[in-house]
Design a protein around this ligand. Structure first.
Ligand SMILES: NC(=O)c1ccc[n+]([C@@H]2O[C@H](COP(=O)([O-])OP(=O)(O)OC[C@H]3O[C@@H](n4cnc5c(N)ncnc54)[C@H](OP(=O)(O)O)[C@@H]3O)[C@@H](O)[C@H]2O)c1
Length: 324
């Protein structure tokens, strides 16, 4: 029986995870808080989008019945300590309990590069500290009877046709004459969304039965944030590929800028906690296994991003995304 529940399956990464799971013969349940929205996954065969408050333990346990595997991609980037705790710590704990109650055998949890389950307090931001505490809850369960096998995937920043960073950098440079950039020197190792989705599928298929419990998902190249902004402009053909001048902001100005963004209505582009996350490079540690352990050779960014950032290229709409 190949029934999997994908929490966060409506999101950027979750959509690709669902597509690949379907291609590999899985039947997928995707809970959402907003079932009325026209989610791209809704049109996929063997995907059932269900109206569910995943924070409701009773409802979650009931909805999980009949599933042999669970993938958790639910996360937030902004919020106060209580919100991070609810989504990144209490929810994984609730998911684990529901897995126990339903005898689920495999749990794949998407965390973030830089999380540290052994020493959450060493992480620079509330986002990473809460991600770390969530990992710790799940990894500690591995010795318990009836516990699912837990695999934690820690991606660096993720790129793909619908990403929220290269697309954003290209778009901003089309409108603004200069790019004031906080954390310009922070380093990242971007990973392709399809490689992250492949990792999930391979873990669930038990392609590598004895894979490590924690795997870092990083691409083959390291870029500074400044380089990524410039790359987005070049590939997106902004000002003939020249892009806009990048002005690296000193830390204190970056914090003021982030604070102002937090005050603006809606989801902020950047928060002070995001800046805190960038105090530590977002690159592979030398101590944790990478995607190669699952037989995946991570893809290079440029040839893929060139395709979706190119001027005049229409980003696929929902109808196109539905085609497998
Ligand atoms: N994107 C990246 O560059 C990146 C980098 C490193 C790690 N990650 C990790 O990868 C995972 C997926 O990221 P993503 O970029 O695909 O995220 P996303 O597009 O923002 O999707 C997040 C999903 O979580 C659900 N969700 C959000 N807040 C929730 C809440 N308060 N309660 C219940 N559900 C909530 C949403 O479902 P509904 O709105 O349908 O309910 C949505 O499907 C996350 O764990 C993230 O931390 C992402």
């Amino acid at each position: 029986m190949k029934n999997v529940m994908v929490l966060g399956g409506t999101g950027f990464v979750g959509t690709q995870v669902c597509k690949q799971l379907v291609q590999n013969g899985w039947t997928v349940t995707v809970p959402t808080r907003t079932p009325e929205r026209d989610w791209p996954v809704r049109g996929l065969p063997q995907v059932h989008v269900v109206d569910l408050d995943v924070h409701d333990a009773t409802a979650l346990t009931k909805a999980m019945a009949g599933h042999t595997a669970v993938v958790n991609l639910v996360a937030i980037l902004h919020g106060n300590a209580a919100a991070f705790d609810k989504v990144h710590v209490a929810l994984p704990s609730r998911i684990l309990q529901a897995c126990h109650d339903n005898r689920v055998r495999e749990l794949v949890h998407i965390s973030a590069l830089g999380a540290n389950a052994q020493r959450p307090q060493d992480c620079p931001s509330e986002y990473l500290r809460s991600k770390s505490r969530g990992e710790a809850v799940l990894l500690a369960s591995s010795e318990e009877p009836l516990s699912p096998r837990v695999t934690v995937l820690r991606p660096s920043v993720i790129f793909g046709a619908h990403d929220k960073f290269l697309n954003l950098f290209a778009r901003l440079q089309r409108f603004f004459p200069v790019m004031p950039l906080a954390g310009a020197g922070a380093r990242f190792q971007p990973v392709w969304v399809e490689d992250v989705a492949s990792a999930v599928v391979r873990i669930l298929a038990q392609d590598v039965p004895d894979h490590p419990a924690v795997i870092e998902a990083c691409g083959p190249q390291v870029f500074t944030l400044r380089e990524l902004v410039q790359l987005a402009a070049r590939l997106g053909g902004v000002r003939g590929g020249l892009g806009r001048p990048v002005i690296a902001l000193p830390d204190w100005i970056g914090r003021i800028q982030a604070f102002m963004m937090e005050l603006a209505p809606g989801e902020p582009l950047m928060s002070r906690d995001n800046l805190d996350s960038m105090k530590v490079d977002n690159v592979a540690s030398a101590t944790v296994a990478g995607l190669e352990v699952l037989g995946i050779t991570p893809s290079r960014l440029e040839p893929i991003a060139a395709h979706y950032l190119a001027p005049g290229v229409q980003r696929p709409g929902i109808a196109e995304q539905r085609k497998l």
